[in-house]
Ligand binder design. Sequence first.
Ligand code: FAD
Length: 480
Amino acid sequence: MAIRTGKQYLDAISKPKDIRIDGEKITNVVTDPRFAGGAKTMAMIFDLQNREDLIDKMTYVENGERYGLSHKMIKTKEELAQRKEMFKIWSDASCGTFGRSPDYMNVYLMAMNAAADQFGDFADNVRNYYKFVRDNDLSMTHTLVNPQVDRSKPVEQQDKDLAAKIVETNDKGIVIQGARMVSTLSAYADEILVVPSGIIQNNQEAAPYAFAFGIQTDAPGIIHISRPSVVHQNEGHPMDYPLSGRFDETDAMIIFDNVLVPWERVFTHGDVTMCNEFYKRTNIGAHILDQSTVRSLAKAEFYRDLAFTIADSTKTDGFINVQNMLAELMTTVELVRCVITAAHAEAKLVNGIMSPNAAPYAALRLRYPDMYQRMCEIIRILGAGGLVAVPSYAEFDSDTKDFVEKYFQSANGDSRSRTKLFRLAYDASISSFAGRQQLYERYYSGDPVRAAANMYNNADKGSGKSRIWSFLDDYEKSLK
Ligand SMILES: Cc1cc2nc3c(=O)[nH]c(=O)nc-3n(C[C@H](O)[C@H](O)[C@H](O)COP(=O)(O)OP(=O)(O)OC[C@H]3O[C@@H](n4cnc5c(N)ncnc54)[C@H](O)[C@@H]3O)c2cc1C
């Protein structure tokens, strides 16, 4: 079974795992109302890759077996372009709001596999794990970050030793105790990839915090402590929250309570240098940013189209200030599209894989959180009081139906269409779902503040500075 259907996926994740939410232990994410919408969305995207009209765009065939395209070890720019199309189809399915659709982690693991030699004695573990995930079309989450306890000290100097670390090494594997944050999608994932993020100090005390491994989300000792859901459980009607109800991909803190990771699932351990150079050696960043920038494009297009529809419905699209905001959204879409075009045009083989140039992606990564805040703001400015002066869609089934049918119309639509549209706008710009989306865009790929500082610190500034001094010196000389 190399590509799963939605049903096969749902059957697999119906298995109990230790998920806690709102003080309860969840037994089945497929039936729990806080998780059911997201599970259905995951099933829907698995189904997309089986659809007759999409199967050749979403998958590839190797040695007679069909696999998801995001697993493919791509070698050419044409294959890179095909993969982009695949990312876009999955991203459009959630209007770009489902950040960790499985393609994100699939390309992560694909890049690890391409760089398997870097893992030394564990190279075959990486290769086998890649094949295992690809061949079973599994969905993965990942946790990189140590708990936010005291950011002023490195992990091994924390007064409260809460971060996940190796507490035992034995003939079966490594034993992990402690926590990692954040794991988006963990409720819907088959596997967790536990991988390095920030710099680990090069000393003996820090070595237990240096590791990478993959493990089942239901392995003994793994506890997912979820944030409260953004699904509105007291909604009057599902149309009131057309995004929250379906696209909450969930986030959790993962507790490892004496979890045994068998040796065949270990990719590195105790090797601080490998962990600190993990992303440099594997070039994972270029591939995950490829996926997430295509998703950012899908999201920007959705907000642009939503804004067009709102402005049309209130007939404000003739005003110059409104046209300026609509044009701003158009330019955002165009800029994101250009970034992808540039990254693909400058793609080259790295570790034998056709890899987009990560530099344009890294630049957009730093700008996109503010661009996205602005998309939400424009929806709020355009929708204005209309965002709160629409009722629940449930009113159309109540005894106020006649009033609601009459008084909530738009210039060019009936009350039902205006209510639907403005509830969508509310969910996209104001709801707790929208708030979580804004937080996600800022932090999903690490802290942008430190990323920006790293970009500056790693840049070659020498030639730029000499050029400025030459410019001044030449001018001064010309005056003599
Ligand atoms: C919605 C969401 C989903 C996420 N999903 C995932 C996921 O699926 N997998 C995963 O592994 N991670 C995920 N993350 C976690 C993400 O990687 C982190 O949020 C990110 O790396 C920032 O780390 P932090 O949240 O611990 O913030 P902190 O590091 O605690 O930073 C908090 C603030 O302090 C500042 N600060 C902290 N330390 C320093 C410093 N040394 N120098 C300068 N400023 C500093 C930061 O700039 C920031 O403003 C997710 C995060 C969010 C918000």
